[in-house]
Ligand binder design. Structure first.
Ligand code: HEC
Ligand code: HEC
Length: 270
């Protein structure tokens, strides 16, 4: 039972305060870019989902999602590197998708389909769980389908983050993240995380995200958001159903497990 979990739980707070001055600078810069983008815009495509858009975007079915992702143009990583800089993604998510703050999601090593889906979801406000999502909405509506495809391709080929310096949540004794990841829990009909997210957290089919090296503060927050029903953009509410079966201690253990997971293709450790 949840009674205003945001009030007491530091992991649910977005903690943007230390970066606020920074945020204002970014917002100003973005507004300027927006203005120039708008002036240069011939077709109105990027404006399709502007501020006045209806908040309740239609939920994905597996088929509608497949169609939407297939409709995106092919992405090109080198062009995506430019998008990451020009649209200021880099200032919040880092030059290679490793976020410089302790609080925001890393995008490096992320599956292109997942990143693209998130940008579409932010555009349509299907994903609208917090201030970060509102901010991302303002940014995503300025993006063309080509920019979405390119920036997604760029992050996908960056090495997953490692040792991001964020403090790890401490789980209660006796909770085994590895068990949940590899075996799940048949008693609770909990499918192993690895069957969708890959044994090394490298991501799976379609939009099943990479989790290796993810910032544990973000990881915990977003699982709690699925759990308490504020994050509802997942197709057929699949991830929400899993999140609801997890205890807080299990979420903490999983956040630490994935944050420290050696990334799939990186052989530099051990
Ligand atoms: C001013 C800071 C800022 C800028 C600039 C910014 N982002 Fe974000 N981004 C965020 C925050 C905050 C979140 C959400 C964090 C949360 O949900 O707790 C986010 C979330 C995301 C996510 C979802 C990550 C996940 O794992 O689900 C993607 C994808 C993303 N941003 C891509 C981009 C791209 C591409 C750009 C540039 C076009 C960009 N962002 C620019 C702050 C920013
Ligand atoms: C049946 C497949 C499936 C299983 C099993 C599954 N997931 Fe997911 N997970 C997904 C999909 C698909 C998404 C993307 C949902 C969306 O579009 O928001 C996702 C998203 C997530 C995210 C959000 C990623 C981000 O960057 O915001 C986290 C965290 C996550 N899963 C953790 C887990 C953990 C931990 C487990 C095991 C307890 C698990 N998942 C089990 C399919 C699965």
């Amino acid at each position: 039972m949840y009674s205003d979990p945001y009030l007491h739980d530091p992991y649910l707070q977005e903690r943007t305060a230390p970066n606020d001055s920074w945020l204002h600078r970014a917002a100003t810069a973005l507004a300027l870019t927006a203005a120039s983008v708008l002036i240069g815009l011939t077709a109105g495509t990027a404006l399709a989902a502007d501020h006045a858009a209806t908040p309740a975007a239609r939920a994905w079915t597996p088929a509608s999602l497949r169609t939407a992702l297939a409709a995106l143009p092919p992405g090109e990583a080198e062009r995506g590197r430019v998008v990451n800089q020009q649209l200021f993604c880099a200032s919040c998510h880092g030059d290679t998708g490793v976020a410089p703050t302790q609080n925001w999601p890393h995008l490096a090593g992320q599956k292109a389909a997942y990143t693209a889906k998130m940008l579409l979801d932010y555009q349509s406000r299907l994903r609208a769980e917090n201030h970060g999502a509102a901010l991302m909405h303002d940014i995503a509506v300025m993006m063309t389908p080509q920019q979405i495809a390119d920036v997604s391709a760029f992050y996908a080929v960056q090495p997953a983050p490692r040792d991001d310096g964020t403090p790890r949540p401490v789980a209660a004794q006796g909770v085994s993240a590895e068990q949940l990841v590899r075996k799940g829990d048949p008693a609770r009909l909990l499918t192993p995380c690895a069957s969708c997210h890959g044994v090394k957290g490298q991501g799976g089919k379609l939009e099943a995200s990479a989790l290796a090296g993810q910032n544990p503060l973000y990881f915990t927050r977003t699982l709690l958001n699925y759990q308490n029903g504020t994050r509802t953009n997942d197709a057929v509410r699949g991830m929400s159903a899993f999140a609801k079966k997890l205890s807080r201690s299990e979420i903490d253990a999983l956040a630490t497990y994935y944050a420290d997971l050696p990334a799939g293709s990186s052989a530099s450790k051990k």
